[in-house]
Design a protein around this ligand. Structure first.
Ligand SMILES: NC(=O)c1ccc[n+]([C@@H]2O[C@H](COP(=O)([O-])OP(=O)(O)OC[C@H]3O[C@@H](n4cnc5c(N)ncnc54)[C@H](O)[C@@H]3O)[C@@H](O)[C@H]2O)c1
Length: 326
């Protein structure tokens, strides 16, 4: 690995945790500087659990901080000799952006600006950052390709993610920083996010509570298993590009009702379903075109939805004593 001091923002988050763990498990000479404000958008107990696992590694240096606070960011990171930033910290979630738009502007726009500006001031040559399939909005053309127009975001979350891509272009153009944006497609897996449907479904099924099925079940998502996403991020770290955006999905959209059936099967319990209309800001279907990611990154997802959900449900059952309380 040519990078030695990697800053991972959102390291106590779902994807940040898995990426950091992978780096620490596989590269002895790499130090991971992890930052996260451990906010309570979802239960921070889970963030603490992930962080405790990472803290077992001597090469993990965690600093609790909010990257939307510029002075604090500089004060804490200026001497760390960072040579690569993987920016995964963000206010995630589509639905919450209708309730608390400010959180998205603060973390995703101001916060991302701070991270990019930090790269500029401290001569960090490369930033890999998280974008999202939500930038495709109500795109009718499938599969979604990096070439498609993405100027009609249908949630504020999507709009901040698209803004990040535009800011990244500017920072590349003005200061020559290598900027790689990754559009993740509904990432799931162990230690995943309690605000996401698969997690809520598993939890409510085991607790005998109803699960909410939006648009009466007529939805499709291109679910991507966490190890495939980590593999994609690693490829984006290792390969050299000036400015690119890549889809990291599975390219196999799954019908919501089949998805629920699989969770029922692996938890060995039927769900009580409450069918509801479509939620504002939500999209009907996501579907990644992986032609570009495969050609330039060599990215090829390996884990099927059946295998990924089986692993997730097993983890969920094994950890039910604390996971059900999240
Ligand atoms: N999980 C998915 O399906 C998915 C899909 C598309 C895009 N993404 C993007 O991938 C990235 C990682 O997502 P995730 O699923 O791991 O989400 P996550 O919420 O689990 O992780 C994000 C982490 O960032 C931290 N954070 C937020 N604002 C911060 C701030 N101002 N300062 C410091 N830390 C802050 C949070 O505490 C959290 O631990 C995000 O940018 C998200 O928007 C995720």
């Amino acid at each position: 690995m040519k990078y030695k001091n990697i800053l991972v923002t959102g390291s106590a988050g779902f994807i940040g945790f898995h990426l950091s763990k992978y780096l620490l498990d596989n590269y002895e000479d790499v130090k991971v500087i992890g930052i996260d404000n451990l906010n309570n958008y979802y239960n921070p107990v889970l963030k603490e659990k992930r962080n405790e696992i990472l803290k077992n590694y001597g090469n993990y240096n965690f600093i609790k901080l909010d990257f939307s606070d510029w002075d604090n960011l500089v004060e804490n990171l200026k001497d760390k000799d960072i040579d690569l930033i993987v920016h995964l910290g963000a206010q995630a979630g589509v639905r919450y952006s209708l309730k608390n738009p400010w959180a998205y502007i603060k973390s995703n726009e101001l916060g991302t600006l701070n991270i990019f500006e930090f790269a500029r001031r401290f001569d960090i040559g490369k930033v890999v950052y998280a974008s999202s399939s939500s930038v495709y909005g109500g795109n009718k053309k499938i599969p979604f390709s990096e070439e498609d127009r993405v100027d009609k975001p249908i949630s504020l979350y999507a709009s901040t993610k698209r803004a990040n891509e535009l800011m990244a272009y500017t920072y590349h153009h003005l200061y020559g920083i290598k900027m790689i944006g990754l559009r993740f497609f509904t990432v799931y897996g162990e230690y995943g996010r309690p605000d996401m449907a698969y997690f809520k479904f598993a939890k409510n099924i085991l607790l005998d509570k109803e699960i909410e099925v939006y648009n009466y079940g007529n939805m499709e998502r291109d679910f991507t298993y966490i190890s495939d996403v980590v593999d994609g991020i690693l490829r984006a770290i290792k390969k050299d590009f000036d400015y690119e955006i890549f889809n990291l999905g599975n390219s196999k959209p799954v019908k919501l009702m089949y998805f629920i059936e699989l969770i029922e099967k692996y938890l060995n319990k039927k769900a009580k379903k409450k069918f509801l209309p479509m939620q504002e800001g939500d999209v009907l279907r996501t579907y990644a075109d992986l032609t570009k990611s495969e050609r330039l990154l060599g990215y090829k997802p390996k884990v099927s939805i059946e295998e990924g959900l089986r692993r997730f449900c097993n983890w969920f059952l094994e950890n039910r004593d604390w996971v059900l309380r999240l």
